[in-house]
Design a protein around this ligand. Structure first.
Ligand code: C5P
Ligand code: MG
Length: 157
């Protein structure tokens, strides 16, 4: 049997007024700006989706769900994540995601009040207990005020 696997993923979206912000499948209603994207622009779900695929060298979200395909316009990123998880599970010979750790970088608003909801959403999507979902938040210290960025690591065992 192969050793444990790890996957890393990253995503960023430009922020614009008049758009909703979603992170980890959770709406952030107080956000003054939301992600500009072909899909729903959920950078955290996109980072986790890439991490799921990367653990098995299965390419990335754009290879599986091209953003040039009108079928993916406004796509619910949770659906794409679940489809990528299925593809990865098919390759994983009985292994499954055991832990996820993710960082969201966003200057405004502060996200701490949403941490539990985001963790619960990711736990549900990945079928993990809550104590195996670590979510941290950072500002860019003003270096990238017009972007939301997410990075995620998923451990498979
Ligand atoms: O980026 P900085 O180190 O200044 O962030 C300090 C703390 O602010 C973080 O550790 C986190 O607890 C919180 N934070 C947050 N939401 C953000 C950015 C940071 O809750 N969008
Ligand atoms: Mg994205």
């Amino acid at each position: 049997m192969d050793a444990a696997r790890i996957g890393f993923g990253e995503d960023a979206h430009r922020l614009a007024e008049g758009r909703p912000l979603r992170l980890g499948g959770v709406a952030i209603p107080e956000a003054p700006r939301g992600a500009v994207a072909h899909s729903d622009g959920d950078a955290l779900l996109h980072a986790v989706t890439d991490a799921l695929l990367a653990a098995w060298a299965l390419g990335d979200i754009g290879a599986h769900f091209p953003d040039t395909d009108p079928a993916h316009a406004g796509a619910d990123s949770a659906v794409l994540l679940r489809r990528a998880l299925g593809v990865a599970l098919d390759r994983a010979a009985g292994r499954r995601p055991r832990q996820v750790s993710a960082v969201v970088t966003l200057d405004r608003p502060k996200l701490g009040a949403h941490r539990n909801a985001i963790a619960a959403s990711l736990a549900s999507l990945l079928e993990l207990p809550l104590d195996r979902v670590g979510i941290t938040f950072k500002t860019s210290e003003g270096l990238a005020p017009d972007h939301v960025q997410a990075r995620a690591v998923v451990l498979w065992g």
